[in-house]
Design a protein around this ligand. Structure first.
Ligand SMILES: [Fe+2]
Length: 337
């Protein structure tokens, strides 16, 4: 009863709520890059930096019961307590499907309770049912994500496609950049060409600021088109992923990849910065596969909201080791709960 009243109260607030304005900056390929414009985290000397990836938490799908939601939050809490990360990254479909403003506020409050910084990207369901007058489905949710006390989420330049194209940089205690995280909105279909250009501008900007090449991790929701080649390669050549999974074990459902290839992966290869790409979207697929020098990682479906394999839910722990940009190493571990 109390729970129902709380939900009703939040619904009223969301319905009558504020007039959300979207105010962002504009970007040009010739814009000056200032590393101080982006969130920075500091790695302690001699200590690994741990990032925990949640994906497709789907707080809270219309057909899920209250106990399903509670079990999902419980799993997330156990994952955080077990892995003790310095940063959380949620790779989309964070909420869904009905009353997303309510669920977003609840999720943000839950994440803030751990007092750990977190970054999010938009999934294809995060904007469901909250369309703005201009047709943008995600801006209202973006305004909520950005308000979290420990949230690093940024809406990104207003003239670049999508909502939530931004970066986070990891520094050592001497102020040297060690690694970058680049977060992109894959919309409900694919990453656009102007986002690829912005990605290049960010990578080159960090390199100039650091005075040397800097590695990066990329995060977005919908699998990149290259996943189809990986699937085919694993099937036809009997190859396995880094955890020894066969094609059948990694791909429990046909991959639903981005519907157009705007060239992000080829740009990544040209620039040579991104070592790992993390995504979700296909709740049953789990993978860490090195393809043309880059790791493609399907996160583990987090929790029990929306469709899932209850024997294959959890989170991915990303560990960065090293003390300078030149000696950083990344490892990926799948934590099943
Ligand atoms: Fe999803």
């Amino acid at each position: 009863m109390i729970r129902s009243l709380c939900v009703l109260f939040c619904l009223v607030l969301a319905a009558c709520g504020e007039d959300f304005n979207f105010v962002g900056d504009t970007w040009r390929p010739v814009s000056e890059f200032r590393i101080g414009d982006y969130a920075g985290l500091v790695k302690k000397d001699g200590v690994d930096f741990r990032i925990l990836q949640f994906t497709d938490t789907h707080i809270n799908t219309w057909y899920d019961s209250p106990s399903t939601l509670e079990r999902t939050y419980s799993l997330m809490a156990r994952a955080i307590n077990a892995t003790k990360p310095e940063l959380l990254v949620l790779t989309g479909d964070n909420v869904g499907n009905f009353f997303n403003p309510v669920w977003s506020q609840q999720l943000i409050a839950f994440l803030d309770s751990f007092e750990i910084p977190y970054a999010l990207v938009m999934g294809n369901h995060d904007g469901d049912f909250v369309q703005m007058e201009d047709g943008n489905l995600q801006r209202r949710i973006a305004e909520l994500f950005v308000r979290g006390r420990y949230s690093l989420f940024e809406k990104g330049p207003e003239n670049v496609s999508g909502t939530g194209n931004y970066g986070v940089n990891l520094f050592n205690r001497r102020g040297e950049v060690l690694y970058s995280l680049i977060l992109l909105d894959s919309h409900s279909d694919y990453i656009r060409r102007d986002q690829v250009d912005w990605y290049e501008w960010y990578v080159r900007g960090v390199e100039v600021a650091a005075g040397r090449a800097v590695g990066s991790l990329a995060f977005f929701h919908i699998p990149p088109p290259e996943i189809k080649f990986i699937h085919q390669e694993m099937k036809e050549q009997g190859k396995k992923d880094e955890a020894g999974r066969s094609a059948e074990e990694a791909f429990k459902e046909p991959p639903n990849v981005q519907s157009w290839n705007a060239g992000l992966f080829s740009r990544m290869r040209e620039l040579g910065s991104t070592s790992h790409i993390f995504f979700g979207h296909d709740h049953l697929n789990v993978l860490d596969y090195e393809y043309q020098g880059v790791h493609f990682v399907y996160g583990l479906k987090t929790g029990y909201c929306a469709y899932n394999d209850p024997d294959s839910v959890g989170a991915v722990l990303i560990v960065l080791r090293g003390e300078t940009a030149g000696d950083m190493r990344v490892s990926v571990d799948f934590w099943y709960f």
